[in-house]
Design a binder for this molecule. Structure first.
Ligand code: 5RP
Length: 295
């Protein structure tokens, strides 16, 4: 029974004080529902508007590639430095400690391995993404591939419909076919196609002229690291992408294949969140690596 004898009238209405400006900190996200915004704020740091996603989903297509032979030994120790984890559901369920409480961008398409042709024809049931408390799902799109462009765009489209129902953002991952020219024209097209089809985040590759790719894409862009580079070059790549307007990195091999992955992820963080110049970040990398070896 409700207590009726001491109902106090409200007194503190703050009349004349306008409500706080609720403009969201990421582009293209103002019209999102609360749950989506909450998930985006778990992936992207609201203070910097940026993210360091740690990608270790490669095994779903490549098997135990270098650095990912033992995710429990090699990747779990890096997770505390990541803003978000990107992986496939099998590795998440079996190896990633749920107690970490890190947001997860779940790889949600499947169907290919390196032994066959690209053929991502399965999309994760969105209920499984909910069960796994995913903060986003990632689906690859093969723009320009005669055979797989249409089915992969359809995968993205369906994933967005399902994600919208559940409040889960979708990251469109631009795949680059062997015959594609890796330039800003191609990536500008691929990123825009992902966003126009409803992707809430786009993952693509840094190239010269990247400002144009970012400007023409109405949602946040993160870049993949690509093949392993010398550390200074990888830090330059991250710096150039951020300076061109990228909202973060979703980096794998350039972190976990480094001689000192823990030092590398911390140096990448300094570039992404503090805008540290590549030379300084490389100094940081070297000093953190030394600390590790002298222990
Ligand atoms: C492939 C992916 C990978 O996660 C991605 O390429 C990131 O890893 P790397 O930095 O090693 O390129 O999404 O589709």
């Amino acid at each position: 029974m409700a207590d009726l004898d001491d109902i106090r009238d409200g007194q503190s209405y703050g009349a004349g004080i306008p409500p706080p400006d609720q403009k969201f900190f990421l582009k293209g996200c103002d019209s999102m529902d609360w749950g989506m915004k909450d998930r985006m704020s778990r992936i992207f740091n609201p203070k910097t508007g940026r993210t360091v996603m740690l990608a270790f989903d490669h095994g779903f297509i490549m098997g135990p590639t270098s650095g990912l032979e033992r995710v429990d030994l090699n990747i779990v120790p890096l997770m505390e430095y990541a803003d978000c984890l990107m992986c496939a559901r099998g590795m998440l369920r079996t190896v990633v400690p749920a107690t970490l409480n890190k947001p997860v961008c779940l790889r949600s398409d499947a169907g290919s391995t390196i032994l066959t042709e690209l053929n991502d024809n399965v999309v994760l049931d969105i209920r499984d993404a909910c069960r796994l408390n995913a903060s986003a799902v990632a689906v690859m799109v093969a723009v320009g591939d005669k055979k797989y462009e249409a089915p992969t765009i359809a995968n993205l489209y369906k994933a967005v419909d399902k994600g919208m129902k559940m409040g889960i953002p979708v990251m469109g991952v631009t795949a680059v076919g062997k015959d594609m020219v890796r330039d800003s024209r191609y990536f500008g097209l691929a990123a825009r196609v992902c966003a126009e089809n409803g992707a809430n985040i786009v993952k693509t590759y840094y190239v010269e002229g990247f400002e144009k790719v970012v400007s023409a894409c109405p949602v946040p862009i993160v870049i993949a690291g690509g093949k392993k580079l010398p550390e200074l070059e990888a830090l330059e790549l991250a710096y150039n992408a951020i300076s061109s307007g990228a909202s973060g990195v979703d980096m794998g091999r350039n972190i976990f294949q480094s001689d000192s992955p823990k030092a590398m992820i911390q140096a990448v963080r300094a570039v992404v969140h503090e805008g540290l110049k590549p030379a300084k970040a490389f100094e940081l990398f070297k000093s953190l690596s030394k600390r590790k070896t002298s222990k």
